[in-house]
Design a protein around this ligand. Structure first.
Ligand code: NI
Length: 191
């Protein structure tokens, strides 16, 4: 396994639409090694998720994992989930104002409205079908990662640019209010 470099805001790879994989491509040893690298890189950087485009591979692969994350201490746990060719369908009109950050957008956070219930269709890394409902704050995490595969960054979805903040000022001025709202959402939605 190897750590990959993470592309940052301004690099054209982050604006590319990643392409679908065939089952044969997914099962190729090279792709399986890439997935190992993606997961290792996500964990090394304390990311809650990482998309292939962020490590310079324009393929529809992303990973999500949350376990006692120091960058996002309020997020509910999510076991390691690798998604291949994911498709999200929103199951509600409700949106939660989520304060997001991104490994490709260093030292910036901002509020993004995210659907609170969605249906996730994808393959796992072995090509087995995934079909599940994702709720609450976790639904926002999946939307953020799948956006990456379409060349969309969270800053594109910030509606009120006055919410943009450095991480230090997030903790100083916005975190208490946000964590209270996030905890209430997790309690209500179970995720
Ligand atoms: Ni990101």
């Amino acid at each position: 396994m190897a750590l990959r470099k993470i592309a940052t805001l301004g690099h054209p790879i982050l604006r590319q639409r990643a392409r679908e994989l065939s089952l044969e491509e997914l099962l190729a040893p090279e792709t399986q090694r890439f997935i190992d690298d993606l997961v290792e890189t996500m964990r090394d950087a304390n990311g809650a998720g990482l998309a292939a485009t962020q490590v310079y591979e324009p393929l529809r692969i992303c990973a999500v994992e949350v376990s006692n994350n120091p960058r996002y201490p309020y997020k509910p746990r999510v076991p390691l989930t690798v998604l291949i060719n994911p498709v999200l369908t929103f199951l509600t009109d409700e949106r939660f104002d989520n304060y997001e950050g991104c490994l490709s957008v260093p030292n910036l956070r901002g509020v993004v409205p995210r659907a609170t219930v969605l249906r996730l269709l994808a393959w796992d890394r072995e090509g087995n079908p995934i079909d599940r409902e994702v709720r609450g704050l976790t639904a926002g995490t999946f939307q953020h990662e799948v956006d990456h595969l379409d060349g969309v960054l969270f800053v594109d979805r910030v509606q009120d640019t006055r919410t943009l903040t450095t991480w230090a000022d997030f903790e100083r001025f916005h975190m208490a209010d946000f964590v209270a709202r996030a905890r209430a959402l997790v309690e209500r939605m179970g995720g």
